[in-house]
Design a protein around this ligand. Structure first.
Ligand code: G1P
Length: 302
C-alpha cells in the first residue's frame, strides 16, 4: 500500500449514515418504508444528507441499514431500465440528474444492523471500514440542514484547522433538552467552537448542563469505535453514541460547534411539515405560487 502522509491520513473521507432506526415517531408512514426515504417535495431526506457529505469532500458513504431499508440501497444504485426508458423519451436531463446523485469517484458501502440496539451500536457497525486512527463523519439524515455553506463542510473546515472531534450544536428550549444529547460547554455564538466538558443523553431539564443540544452531525476520532464496542446501554436501554463521546473529552479532545444554518427535525411530523413548507416557498419553479396558495389558505381560515 502506498505510504500516506499524516495530513492525508487525517482528511475526512468517510461518512457513516445510521439509517436503521424504526421511525416510530412517523407511523403509519414508516410501517413499511424507511423514514429516510420520506420526501421533501421530490427528494428523499437521506439524499439531502448524502449531498451535504459529498459537498464536504466525502468519498465513502457508509450506510448502516436495517431489515426494512433496502430501498435506500436501491435509491443510490443505478437503474438501467429507468435510464433507458427516460432517454428513449428524450428526458435526458432527468436521466442525467439521476445518474449524478452519486459521482463516479464516490462509493457506497452497506452494513446491516441486525438488531436496533441504539445509535452507538449502529455507528459501531461501520467499524470494519474505519481505521482506529482515522477520523470520520456521522450524519443523521433526520436532521436536515439548510445552510449557505453545507454544515458538514463547515465542520471539516474546523477539523482541518485543529484536528479535534466535533459535534454540531444549537440552543433549544429548556424543556426540549430531554430529546437530545446535551453538552456542558460555554454558550457559543453562531460559528463559534468551544471545548466540551461533559455530555449527557436526554437529560431531564433540571439535570441539563446547558440548553445546547447536539444535532445530527459529528466528526469523530476513529478511537471512538473501541469505546463503542465496550459501551454499556444508557438512556432508553440503548447503546448511546453520546455516552461514548464522553471518552473523547480531554484526550484526544471534543469540541462543540454552533453551526451556521437552519436545522429541520424531519424525524418529527411538525418538523417535516415545516421543512416541506420552507422548501415549497424557496422552490425555484413554484415558490411564488406556493406562497400565494399558503396566503390564500390562511386568509380563508381567518
Ligand atoms: C439522537 C442522539 C442525540 C442527538 C439527536 C440529534 O437522538 O442520540 O444525542 O441529540 O439524535 O437529532 P434521537 O433523535 O435518535 O433520539
Amino acid at each position: 500500500m502506498p505510504h500516506q502522509s499524516s495530513a492525508a491520513r487525517r482528511t475526512i473521507r468517510k461518512a457513516v449514515f445510521p439509517v436503521a432506526g424504526l421511525g416510530t415517531r412517523f407511523l403509519p408512514a414508516t410501517k413499511a418504508q424507511p423514514k429516510e426515504m420520506l420526501t421533501i417535495i421530490d427528494k428523499p431526506i437521506i439524499q439531502f444528507a448524502v449531498e451535504e457529505a459529498i459537498a464536504a469532500g466525502i468519498t465513502h458513504l457508509i450506510f448502516v441499514i436495517g431489515r426494512t431499508k433496502r430501498s435506500i440501497a436501491d435509491h443510490f444504485d443505478s437503474n438501467p431500465e429507468l435510464d433507458t426508458l427516460l432517454r428513449s423519451k428524450s428526458k435526458i436531463a432527468v436521466a442525467d440528474q439521476l445518474n449524478s446523485i452519486i459521482p463516479k469517484d464516490v462509493s457506497c458501502i452497506f452494513f446491516r444492523q441486525a438488531e436496533a440496539l441504539g445509535l452507538g451500536h449502529a455507528v459501531a457497525c461501520a467499524a470494519p471500514v474505519i481505521d482506529e486512527d482515522e477520523p470520520f463523519a456521522v450524519l443523521l439524515a433526520d436532521d436536515l440542514m439548510s445552510a449557505q455553506v453545507p454544515v458538514l463542510k463547515q465542520m471539516t473546515d474546523v477539523f482541518n484547522s485543529n484536528g479535534r472531534s466535533l459535534v454540531a450544536v444549537e440552543s433549544v428550549d429548556a424543556q426540549m433538552v430531554q430529546s437530545y444529547g446535551v453538552v456542558d460547554a460555554d454558550l457559543l455564538a453562531v460559528g463559534e467552537v468551544g471545548a466540551v466538558r461533559g455530555v449527557i443523553e436526554k437529560p431531564r431539564p433540571q439535570y441539563a448542563p446547558s440548553n445546547q443540544a447536539i444535532v445530527g452531525r459529528y466528526i469523530l476520532d476513529g478511537c471512538i469505535m473501541a469505546k463503542l464496542r465496550d459501551q454499556k446501554p444508557g438512556a432508553g436501554g440503548e447503546i448511546q453514541l453520546t455516552d461514548a463521546l464522553s471518552g473523547l473529552i480531554g484526550d484526544p479532545g471534543l469540541d462543540a460547534y454552533r453551526f451556521n444554518g437552519r436545522r429541520y427535525d424531519c424525524g418529527s411530523k411538525l418538523g417535516f411539515l415545516e421543512c416541506t413548507m420552507a422548501s415549497a416557498l424557496e422552490h425555484p419553479e413554484f415558490g411564488p405560487r406556493a406562497r400565494t396558495l399558503m396566503q390564500s389558505m390562511l386568509n380563508e381560515n381567518n
